[in-house]
Design a protein around this ligand. Structure first.
Ligand code: FEO
Length: 393
């Protein structure tokens, strides 16, 4: 992909990685991703904002063929998908100075080999004049590392936000417009990477509202040419109450736990509670994460294996614990052959869950009438608690 103009003096550079399928050895990328760098050219000086994953450096190098001089390389975040090509950029431009926050400086120095004396640390609120183009630096830690800063270009109203507002979405179109598929990818990205940092992001969203950018140019995915489209979505994901919905995650070995899941779905639906049911052996981690953004209650269903939960159920509990969703209630259900410690072991995998753990429902073998009654009671409890908490659509 060639470099592309965003406005006069500002170009997108970078790489569309259509075929990447896994990030951080954890996050599935069904739609690929991009590593976005941006070139800002003033009347006096030129700056490159971020670089690209080092494996894709030759593609950025080709885009830089028409850039004879770089005064600054702004590194907004030290993770390698953005900083990894910095040594190559500095070798190509021996005059270039690295501008980065001091938190990022420390991480860069421990992860990358390059002449560290070429770094000039900047603080929150500092700015650099390129000649008619000003780069204002805003420290936005914990989106999702402690080092990150965003850069505002007031003359054009563009906020270069790094991972903040990103999406793992490969697209030949530069701008997101208001495409729902980009929004779906952005929600998934928020859920997988940013959801644990809601308190910090809440504060940064206020900064973004004050800056009131026209465009938001993240380091992954398309540029949001209608900034409010993505800003308002993040505002809802971070600040709105969870919804009157249940995320039901289950695994079943011989059909009994699955039968319990079916009863629960029917009983909840009868009471006006929306359910998203996901079977865990074939589950997409990103889809689970995205559903966790809004769920009012998380239910995990598991058979007893040896004396505890199925490992897939434990894995789902660990994921829910890690991502710190807004859910106010959680519950455990499942079937066993003769006994075990499913509830204790599954609950122990949720040490950071701050909501209420509901009375579990366990049965031996297939759910009989008594078990069906208990599942109906659990559904009634959930519907009542959602109503009392004011959870809506
Ligand atoms: Fe896209 Fe945190 O790196």
């Amino acid at each position: 992909m060639k470099a592309r103009k965003i406005v006069d003096g500002v170009q997108w550079m970078g790489v569309i990685d259509w075929d990447r399928r896994l990030f951080d050895a954890l996050i599935p990328l069904p739609d690929g991703t991009s590593y976005n760098a941006y070139l800002v050219q003033g009347s006096e000086k030129t700056a490159l904002l971020d670089t690209v994953d080092p494996e894709t450096w030759p593609l950025l190098e080709r885009q830089l063929e028409n850039v004879p001089r770089l005064d600054y390389v702004v590194i907004q975040h030290a993770e390698q998908d953005h900083s990894g090509s910095l040594p190559m950029v500095l070798e190509r431009y021996p005059e270039a100075v690295v501008l980065t926050h001091k938190k990022c400086q420390t991480i860069l120095e421990t992860h990358l080999e390059f002449p560290h004396e070429r770094i000039r640390a900047v603080e929150d609120g500092d700015s650099v004049d390129l000649g008619g183009k000003t780069l204002q630096f805003h420290y936005v830690p914990w989106v999702h590392w402690p080092d990150t800063m965003a850069t505002f270009l007031p003359e054009d109203g563009i906020l270069f936000s790094c991972d903040f507002f990103g999406s793992h979405w490969a697209d030949s179109e530069l701008f997101a417009g208001e495409k729902h598929e980009v929004m779906d990818a952005a929600k998934r990205y928020f859920a997988e990477i940013m959801m644990p940092f809601k308190p910090q992001i809440r504060k940064h969203l206020e900064t973004v509202k004050e800056l009131n950018p026209k465009m938001i140019a993240p380091s992954h995915g398309p540029v949001f040419d209608r900034a409010a489209f993505i800003r308002d979505a993040w505002d809802e994901w971070v600040n709105a109450s969870p919804k009157n919905s249940v995320l039901l995650l289950y695994v079943s070995m011989h059909g009994s736990t699955e039968a319990m899941a079916r009863i629960l779905v029917e009983e909840l639906a009868d009471r006006g509670v929306r359910v998203r049911q996901i079977e865990l052996t074939q589950a997409d981690l990103g889809k689970i994460a995205a559903e966790l953004v809004d769920a009012g209650t998380i239910l995990i269903g598991t058979p007893t294996v040896v004396s505890g939960p199925h490992p897939f159920a434990l894995n789902a509990a660990a994921l829910a614990n890690l991502l710190k969703p807004k859910a106010m209630f959680a519950g455990i259900f499942g079937s066993m052959g003769w006994g075990g410690k499913v509830v204790q072991k599954l609950a122990a995998a949720l040490p950071d869950f701050k909501g209420e753990l509901l009375e579990p429902v366990l049965c031996k073998g297939l759910p009989d009438a008594e078990a069906a009654g208990k599942l109906a009671e659990l559904a009634e409890t959930i519907a009542t608690k959602h109503r009392e908490a004011g959870l809506g659509e």
